[in-house]
Design a protein around this ligand. Structure first.
Ligand code: G6P
Ligand code: ZN
Length: 559
């Protein structure tokens, strides 16, 4: 069938500026006439000379509006000279799966349709994110180019008569004006599952999950995209009973839930784990890149600790036996537990701003094997996104190797390295003005170096200010500079108070306050982090005037 591209006149929309992880807005915004088309056009145009003849991967977490967006992207890619699209069946692909597909098939990039952990449905959020040829989120140079284009756009190209059924796997070719265009609809899980089997020792994990004294696991997909991946990997491949995998039917509105795997938004997993029946529990976010890991009786594995324990145990996994361990990294606000493992092993540790995109260059240059963030993200250089299911398989590898419970693994780790107590307070959906005011005040505070040396006392403890700044980062590979990545107040004992505004929200301002403090004394290691960190929390709240400025007495979420 011969088809033609047409140009549709349009005008710029304000605020098409990708945040920490793509453009995220309420679904209603994306449904507005030309809104999605404008952003897709700018994303494609920003590829420049790489666009004509390119291959792109397209898929999302299955949330409301994903299918419509896929349809728009197919028509517009055809009109913009893309050679081929690889699309997940029904438009469904987890974020880690997209990263894998881009790398496996060496495409020029991919478009991911997700608002990650934000609620979905007709009143929820939607998002569009572009990943580059290394499989990772586009760096700021690219997202800035997309944004710039969005401010001057006058038209977009589409191919209105091109139709494609995305509900079954197929390969279809089209002729659009004088060029060939192909759409391949692929099985959403197959390539990813095959890859996991290469990275991990599935036999060892299968024995752990099925042998005598088998470990009972409970995996909660929270009605996000991971459901089919979970069923295939944990039940079919690794032999865990079907009852081990719950909420595995992806729903357009995630069943009305907030698909963010933390202690507040995954209460179902927490209460089941409290019953003491299961030895490992896990949950993922909407698009499958975040993970939360719990031990028996809902023993919480803080993401910063999870990262450190995996760092100390990578040698038991076939992938790292093959590649070696090149180095580690964490985002700046992440607890510094992994730094101690790196020092012990004599390996480099990098501290980057919040956002997975900052790990990409280090991985591409062969300096980084494992990295993670306090925001429930863990991953390695097997792909260029964090990977929730990978994290669970990594943990199961450690358990299979050490034959200990999660709590035993953590306490042994703390005995060896000491414990970094860590907590994060989230104040979601604050009014923007007072939140900005608070950050402005803190900026003033850290700019005044006479504050260094000041002492603050609370709950019988005194902390002396050693370093204050607004964190900046120069990428060691491409030299790009990222400023204002978070207020840091670091004390002489290494304890840290950090403030930043979330870059993933879609309305208002979300303030994040992070506290990290090291404890060498083993007798204190089993203390509740909220007790251990109480003095620093109080100092942070007073210093920032957070309660006074925002009117919020309590955070929305405590991690
Ligand atoms: C996404 C990114 C992470 C980042 C997180 C931070 O999940 O992929 O790399 O850590 O957002 O979100 P925030 O809301 O704190 O900006
Ligand atoms: Zn996510």
């Amino acid at each position: 069938m011969s088809l033609s591209a047409i140009k549709v006149a349009s005008t710029p929309f304000e605020g098409q500026k990708p945040g920490t992880s793509g453009l995220r807005k309420n679904v209603k915004v994306f449904q507005g006439e030309h809104y999605t088309e404008n952003f897709v056009q700018c994303t494609l145009s920003a590829m420049g000379e790489k666009l004509p003849g390119s291959t792109l991967v397209v898929g999302g977490d299955g949330r409301f509006f994903c299918k419509q967006a896929v349809e728009i992207i197919i028509k517009m890619s055809a009109a913009n000279g893309v050679r081929k699209l690889i699309v997940g069946q029904n438009g469904v692909l987890s974020t880690p799966a997209v990263s894998r597909l881009i790398r496996k098939y060496k495409t020029q990039g991919g478009i991911i349709l997700t608002a990650s952990h934000n609620p979905g449905g007709p009143n929820g959020d939607f998002g569009i994110k572009f990943n580059i040829a290394n499989g990772g989120p586009a760096p700021e140079a690219v997202t800035n180019a997309i944004y710039q284009l969005s401010t001057t756009i006058t038209e977009y190209k589409t191919c209105p008569n091109l139709t494609m059924d995305i509900s079954t796997t197929a390969n279809k070719s089209f002729k659009v004006d004088d060029h060939d265009f192909e759409v391949e609809i692929i099985d959403s899980v197959k390539d990813y599952v095959e890859y996991m089997k290469e990275l991990f020792d599935f036999n060892a994990i299968k024995q752990l999950l099925t042998g005598p004294d088998s470990l009972k696991i409970l995996i909660n997909a929270m009605h996000g995209v991971t459901g089919p991946y979970v069923k295939s990997i944990f039940c079919q491949e690794l032999g865990a009973p079907e009852t081990s995998a719950v909420n595995c039917v992806p729903l357009e509105d995630f069943g009305g839930g907030h698909p963010d795997p933390n202690l507040t938004y995954a209460p179902e997993l927490v209460s089941e784990m409290k019953k003491g029946v299961h030895g490992l529990g896990a949950a993922f976010d909407g698009d499958g890149d975040r993970n939360m890991i719990l031990g028996k009786n809902a023993f919480f594995v803080n993401p910063s600790d999870s990262l450190a324990v995996l760092a100390a145990n990578l040698e038991c996994m076939p992938y790292f036996q093959k590649t070696g361990i090149k180095g580690y990294a964490r985002s700046m606000p992440t607890g510094a537990a992994i730094d101690r493992v790196a020092n012990d092993k004599g390996l480099p540790i990098f501290e980057v701003p919040t956002g997975w995109k900052f790990f990409g260059n280090l991985m591409d240059s062969g300096q980084l094997s494992l990295c993670g963030e306090e925001s429930f993200g863990t991953g390695s250089d097997h792909i260029r996104e964090k990977d929730g299911i990978w994290a669970v398989l990594a943990w199961l590898s450690v358990v299979a190797h050490q034959k200990k419970s999660l709590q035993e693994i953590l306490t042994a780790h703390w005995s060896k390295y000491g414990r970094n107590f860590f907590t994060r307070y989230d104040y979601e959906n604050c009014e923007s003005e007072p939140a900005n005011q608070m950050i402005a005040n803190l900026n003033k505070y850290v700019a005044d170096q006479s504050n260094v040396g000041k002492e603050y006392s609370e709950g019988g403890k005194t902390f002396k200010v050693a370093l204050i700044d607004n964190f900046g980062y120069t990428d060691p590979i491409d030299g790009s500079v990222s400023k204002n990545q978070g207020i840091r107040i670091i004390f002489s004992d290494g304890s840290r108070i950090i403030f930043r505004l979330s870059g993933t929200g879609s309305s208002g301002a979300t303030i994040r306050m992070y506290i990290d403090s090291y404890e060498a004394d083993q007798a204190q290691h089993m203390n509740d982090p909220q007790d251990a960190l109480k003095p620093l929390v109080e100092i942070a709240l007073k210093l920032s005037q957070l309660r006074e400025l925002t009117g919020r007495q309590q955070p929305t979420v405590i991690t």
